[in-house]
Design a protein around this ligand. Structure first.
Ligand code: F6R
Length: 594
């Protein structure tokens, strides 16, 4: 939920840390700070964004440093709660991403032992615990401190005057970047891509000792080897390339994402997932689990499985499943997570494994924690997604689901080949939606004048209504609710009227007629209707106040074009309202807390 970074090498650390931090802001941005070490440690931190810190910070001299950008959990955003945090002597500095569950108890114990605290954070217990255990060997002190901690963490520890950094992780991501006579540590690869594309992924339980010339990794006191990986995408892929916002760039990348995502699988000799076992085991067949936007992909996935495989399937919110959910041994569990680091999803994965399920992760981040827990991982090829609002990663998840299920579809051969052919057309269909963005921007201008918006869809487009509403609320701050069209009359109708527009998704399947009926009922209550309609369908032209036309596609694939239209609608509404689109308030890209 926070971003952490470390540098050791022959450059001055401060500019490197600030550069990396600005690429980590998507993980949290309510405060930030850096600490640089030479003989002593100097810290500069505040409840401001990285750009402001760059201007405000004095020159801190030293070639070793750590930095942090925060998404507050314990204690409000403030100068004192910002990281890095120090021990009592001011000689041990720590940055942390994660949550310490037993921090209250540790804090009281440490205060009883004479330590004094300056912040309200859970993190601050870490430097104090290290101080308590430090007897000249920082690695032993970190190991002893971590043994007392219950929780999740990626930490970097720096000691004044010591020419090394110590990094450790448990349930929070961390990579080490390898350069010539310099090393980097970060929560995520894009943060360090300006400097190197050679990375080592630390695993859960690893403790890394990093000097300018070496990386040593220990697990349970024993030295282990972690292989070096070369990142194939560039910093350009992770930057705006002339677009005003990452979100718009990422929306526009979707034709390429669909093409890339499908290309590898279509040419593969084997199906990417073996579903034969699912058919044979006779237990509950399939369970899909995720959070947020990825959950909406899971809901679409449920319709795809029902239509193509005709087997029983459930889609569950990971956060609910963790308290009430059950799964039978032998169930195939497909877990969708863009980041591969969502705490609720990771916890659900562990529960599923304990229950004896076969867990398959669909994720966009190579080496993510989800990929380590899963029995099998399928990588989407969306490339780095920086904007907090998920767009291209969602479409890539849908592509994975379409392709997997088509590989095992229980449908006749001619329908299968026509669906496969249609799937190949999706990049150009999505391009047509993008080419229509001026019209969508006009509709967004109109929508931006309201306070409350309903989205409605039916069947496979019901999750699209949920996703359209989620996108609108998170980036434009308008109150938006997604509904199954048939449910509006069971309560929400009380809110309809001229000030409550409804965005209606019209599909050309068996839901067409009831959706048109719903639109008529809504118009009778004087609500403005903005309809998303396939080309050539003029059934709502007279009824709707505005229409966004999307290309004709096979109804099974309609969530793709409809979602892209709604992403643009949300984007332009937020633009019209002057919102900070890529970094919406209170949100973070990777939700590593439960
Ligand atoms: C919304 C959004 C979130 C994420 C959710 C799960 O635009 O991005 O709702 O979808 O936090 O994240 P992942 O897919 O990383 O598990």
């Amino acid at each position: 939920m926070c971003g952490i970074v470390g540098y050791i090498g022959d450059k001055q650390a401060q500019p490197v840390l600030l550069d990396c931090l600005s690429l980590l802001e998507y993980r949290g941005y309510d405060s930030c700070g850096i600490a640089v070490s030479s003989r002593s440690i100097e810290v500069y931190k505040d409840a401001i964004r990285v750009a402001a810190l760059k201007k405000a910070a004095p020159k801190l001299s030293g070639k070793i440093g750590i930095g942090h950008t925060r998404w507050a959990t314990h204690g409000a955003p403030s100068q004192l709660n910002a990281h890095p945090h120090l021990d009592c002597t001011g000689r041990i500095a720590v940055v942390h991403n994660g949550i310490i569950n037993n921090y209250q108890q540790l804090r009281e114990q440490l205060i009883g032992e004479g330590h004094s605290f300056t912040s309200e954070t859970d993190t601050e217990v870490i430097p104090h615990l290290i101080e308590k255990h430090y007897q000249g060997d920082i690695i032993k002190a970190v190991e002893a401190a971590l043994a007392e901690i219950d929780g999740s963490y990626a930490i970097i520890v720096m000691v004044a005057g010591e020419p090394r950094l110590v990094a450790a992780r448990k349930d929070s991501p961390m990579v080490i970047g390898i350069g010539d006579r310099e090393k980097f540590i970060a929560s995520d690869v894009p943060a360090i891509l300006n400097f190197t594309n050679r990375v080592i992924y630390l695993e859960d339980g690893d403790i890394g000792v990093i000097t300018a010339d070496s990386v040593k990794v220990k697990q349970h006191q024993a030295e282990v080897t972690r292989t070096e990986n070369k990142i194939s995408w560039t910093i350009e892929d992770a930057q705006k390339s002339g677009y005003e916002h990452f979100m718009l760039k990422e929306i526009h990348e979707q034709p390429r994402v669909i093409r890339d995502t499908l290309a590898g699988w279509m040419s593969a000799p084997e199906p990417i997932l073996d579903l034969e076992a699912v058919r044979d085991n006779g237990a509950e067949a399939m369970l899909m689990l995720a959070c947020g936007t990825s959950y909406h992909a899971a809901l679409v996935g449920k319709y795809i499985v029902q239509e193509l495989l005709k087997i029983p399937v459930r889609a569950e919110l990971a956060s609910e499943f963790n308290y009430y959910g059950q799964a039978l041994a032998g169930t195939m569990a497909i877990v969708l997570t863009q980041s591969g680091e969502t705490a609720d999803t990771l916890r659900a994965m562990k529960r599923l494994k304990e229950a004896g399920c076969r867990v398959v992760a669909i994720t966009n981040v190579v080496g993510s924690t989800a990929s380590r827990i899963a029995d099998q991982t399928i990588y989407t090829r969306a490339g780095p997604e920086i904007s907090v609002a998920a767009t291209k990663s969602f479409i890539a998840q849908l592509m994975a689901l379409y392709w997997i299920m088509l590989s095992y579809a229980k449908i006749d051969a001619s329908r299968l080949s026509s669906l496969t052919a249609e799937l190949r057309q999706l990049p150009s269909k999505v391009q047509e939606v993008l080419d229509n963005q001026d019209r969508i921007a006009e509709c967004a201008k109109y929508l931006a004048g309201f306070k409350d918006v309903f989205f409605m869809g039916r069947g496979i487009n019901y999750p699209v209504a949920l996703e359209g509403a989620l996108k609108l609320k998170e980036i434009s701050y308008l109150h938006a609710e997604g509904y199954a069209a048939g449910e509006l009359k069971h309560g929400p109708f009380a809110l309809l009227g001229s000030k409550t527009p409804v965005v209606a998704i019209v599909a050309q399947d068996n839901t067409h007629e009831p959706i048109v009926t719903s639109i008529k009922e809504i118009k009778a209550r004087h609500s403005p209707v903005l309809a998303v309609v396939p080309e050539g369908d003029d059934s709502v032209e007279e009824l709707a106040d505005s229409v966004i036309v999307v290309p004709q596609v096979e109804p099974l694939f309609s969530p793709v074009v409809n979602t892209v239209a709604l992403q643009l609608l949300a984007y332009y509404t937020a633009l019209q309202r002057g919102c900070p689109i890529d970094f919406p308030r209170n949100l973070a890209k990777s939700v590593t807390v439960e």
